[in-house]
Design a protein around this ligand. Structure first.
Ligand SMILES: [Zn+2]
Length: 388
């Protein structure tokens, strides 16, 4: 890989700058030679009135903006890193936002001439890099350290840029997509930061026994996203067909792809499932409410998915006191299992910290987590019974 350090002025870089308001991205610079938003870059996210303003402040104060990286593609240059900074400068110079200078809101054109000059003459240091794709890819991972780092999916989009990623972004990264609201009931994340696309890719690649990297490498040149879209729709439709009550917030971010693969050929009674969800969501003993869905899909065989809450301290203390009082008056152990045995422990009175609480009727058999279903056992017997 060949790299060269170049020095441009702001004036050169923003020559011919165009900002696409609709798509929220800067397009070109260096009189058309520079592609600011190549297809693999992400949306412009500095327009928050803070990061964009900070970029201009830095120029006015003469602070360096940090290194910028371009990729040499024949006679054009593409911004690899620095897109957000360049777009902020371009937007300011073309009058898209104002900053506060000397207590006054100022656009570029209302600034005193010498301040305008200072901005235009500011130097931008740029590494221009030319090489094999694999090298650029490695390098791009390494330089992704400034500003708001690319998240893993944004990086993958950069690495596997091409027709497939472009089509996939149109479908899954567009917050205006009419389906987005329905999807967001089950998927957590910001479509603009490629987090919905990441889930869609995770599901389909998981079903094909691949990781997302391999899946993208394999489909990179595809002209359509038929399989990705069809599989995603199957999973979403499956969730909606078996869980029919209005989605609750616990459904967001569950590993639905894995659940679909494991359970989609099992028949379920949707009305029964809905009733069970209602009941479990209302059960204070269920500590992991997200686990309710898999617990039900798996036929209620894995109560550990729900992380059932143990008895609270007060309940334990009351149970201990009652049991110990009764045991002392009968001259037996305050552990009922010990009391029924035939060794020296049958009359042993355990201290509070030598005992633990147990469900008399197991939670999984419908036993409540309250004082009426709580029995203190010595630690040995509690463990041997299984602490549920
Ligand atoms: Zn015991």
């Amino acid at each position: 890989m060949k790299t060269e350090l170049e020095r441009y002025t702001v004036e050169q870089v923003v020559d011919g700058f165009i900002y696409n308001e609709l798509e929220g991205k800067g397009l070109f610079g260096l009189a058309g030679k520079l592609v600011i938003q190549p297809e693999f870059q992400r949306h412009y996210i500095y327009n928050d009135g803070k990061k964009d303003v900070a970029v201009i402040d830095s120029l006015l104060k003469g602070y360096p903006l940090g290194l910028i990286y371009f990729n040499v593609e024949g006679s054009t240059l593409e911004v690899l890193d620095g897109q957000q900074r360049i777009t902020s400068i371009g937007r300011f110079v073309t009058g898209k936002f104002a900053i506060r200078v000397d207590g006054k809101e100022q656009t570029f054109l209302s600034l005193p001439k010498e301040k305008q000059r200072k901005i235009l003459d500011s130097a931008l240091l740029v590494y221009e890099c030319e090489g094999e794709e694999a090298e650029i890819k490695d390098w791009f991972r390494t330089i992704n350290i400034s500003g708001i780092p690319l998240n893993p999916q944004e990086l993958l989009n950069a690495i596997y840029s091409g027709p497939f990623v472009n089509k996939a972004k149109v479908e899954f990264s567009n917050s205006q997509n009419a389906n987005m609201q329905k999807w967001s009931a089950y998927i957590k994340g910001d479509p603009k930061r490629q987090e919905v696309l990441a889930v869609a890719l995770d599901w389909v690649s998981g079903a094909r026994g691949m990781n997302v990297d391999a899946y993208l490498a394999h489909h990179r040149g595809d002209a359509d996203i038929f399989e990705l879209k069809a599989y995603f729709t199957s999973v979403i439709d499956w969730i909606g067909s078996i869980f029919r009550r209005p989605p609750d917030k616990e459904m967001r971010g569950i590993e639905w792809g894995r659940l679909y693969e494991t359970y989609h050929s099992t028949p379920y009674n949707a009305a029964v499932l809905d009733g069970e969800i209602e009941r479990l969501l209302g059960d204070p003993a269920v500590a992991n409410r997200k686990g309710i869905y898999e617990f039900l899909l798996s036929g209620e065989t894995q109560p550990q998915l729900l992380s059932i809450r143990l008895f609270d301290e007060k309940t334990r203390a009351v149970a201990y006191q009652q049991q110990t009082h009764n045991a002392k008056s009968k001259g037996v152990s305050n552990c009922s299992v010990c009391a029924a045995g035939d060794n020296a422990n049958r009359t042993r009175i355990y201290r509070r910290d030598e005992m633990d609480a147990d469900h008399v009727t197991a939670w999984s058999k419908g036993g409540a987590t309250d004082i009426h279903n709580c029995e203190m056992l010595c630690i040995t017997h509690n463990r041997s019974k299984g602490n549920r």
